[in-house]
Design a protein around this ligand. Structure first.
Ligand code: OOG
Ligand code: MG
Length: 262
């Protein structure tokens, strides 16, 4: 990494301010062409420090771009991870406000609740041993980049577009359901929008979890017991508008919903 610490902090402030002020920015790689993928992950961590300084704490992590549908939609073909903070977490049925977002989209997801810590190297099977519960999840993403367009490096620096996430109330043991292939139906205002299966997430969402753990090895980090991990959108993300009611029904795991304030 040959980007100066000072420059890392400058970039972290830029993405953080864009999120706080709800003002889309041009891609960091346009102003900082020297930004590498690894340095972008350092910018992501530096931006989490800014959130921590405001009282948020890390509650988990998310994988992104883990399904073909998502990769095609964004034109980015490598999986990425981001951090989830206490400030991003909402309960099923809560509302988001358009005023807090540039151009929000929602994604149907599965969440893993970890009973044990996990460190790499690790396989999907080993990763599943640490999972105590699985639940349905809706993730709201909101790129801080203009027109929701970015390179792999840019989206990583922007904490993988994370903004809000909602977990369903039904938590089952991973042994009670076929995690590899649960059906997912996402509706807007009672009208069907996207259907899919957890199989779209790396063919098995546990592979997404293992991939995350292995990616964290570069930073000598691990996942801690109690963390929430979002495995990635099973379908493409769909933009929302004021007044929308979004509902995700996941086979065996029930429903998770959110409202976009009118
Ligand atoms: C990046 C975040 C992708 C997912 O589930 O694939 C993501 C983006 O598309 O803005 O959260
Ligand atoms: Mg997602």
């Amino acid at each position: 990494m040959n980007v100066k610490a000072e420059t890392i902090h400058e970039m972290a402030h830029i993405v953080d301010a864009a999120a706080q002020n709800v003002e889309p920015i041009t891609m960091l790689t346009e102003s900082y062409p020297e930004l590498s993928l690894n340095a972008a992950y350092i910018v992501q961590r530096a931006s989490m420090q800014l959130r921590k300084a405001r009282g948020e704490h890390i509650v988990g992590m998310k994988m992104g771009l883990t399904s073909k549908a998502k990769m095609q939609q964004m034109g980015v073909h490598d999986p990425i991870y981001g951090h989830l903070t206490s400030g991003m977490q909402r309960s099923s049925g809560d509302s988001i406000s358009m005023a807090d977002h540039c151009h929000p989209r929602v994604e149907p997801e599965l969440a893993f609740l970890l009973d044990d810590s996990l460190e790499g190297p690790c396989t999907a099977a080993q990763a599943m041993r640490a999972v105590g519960g699985v639940c349905a999840a809706l993730e709201v993403i909101d790129s801080r980049y203009r027109d929701f367009k970015f390179t792999l490096t840019d989206v990583v620096a922007d904490n993988a577009s994370s903004t809000r996430f909602f977990l369903g109330d039904t938590v089952l043991s991973p042994y009670e359901i076929d995690v590899a292939n649960v059906g997912m139906v996402m509706s807007f205002n009672g009208e069907l929008k996207e259907t899919g299966s957890s199989a779209a997430i790396f063919e098995h969402p546990a592979r997404s979890l293992a991939r995350l753990v292995n990616m964290l090895m570069l930073f000598e980090e691990r996942l801690e017991a109690g963390m929430i991990v979002l495995a990635g959108g099973a379908t493409k993300a769909v933009h929302v508008e004021a007044g929308d009611h979004v509902e995700l029904e996941v086979q065996s795991l029930g429903r998770v919903e959110l409202n976009v304030a009118p």
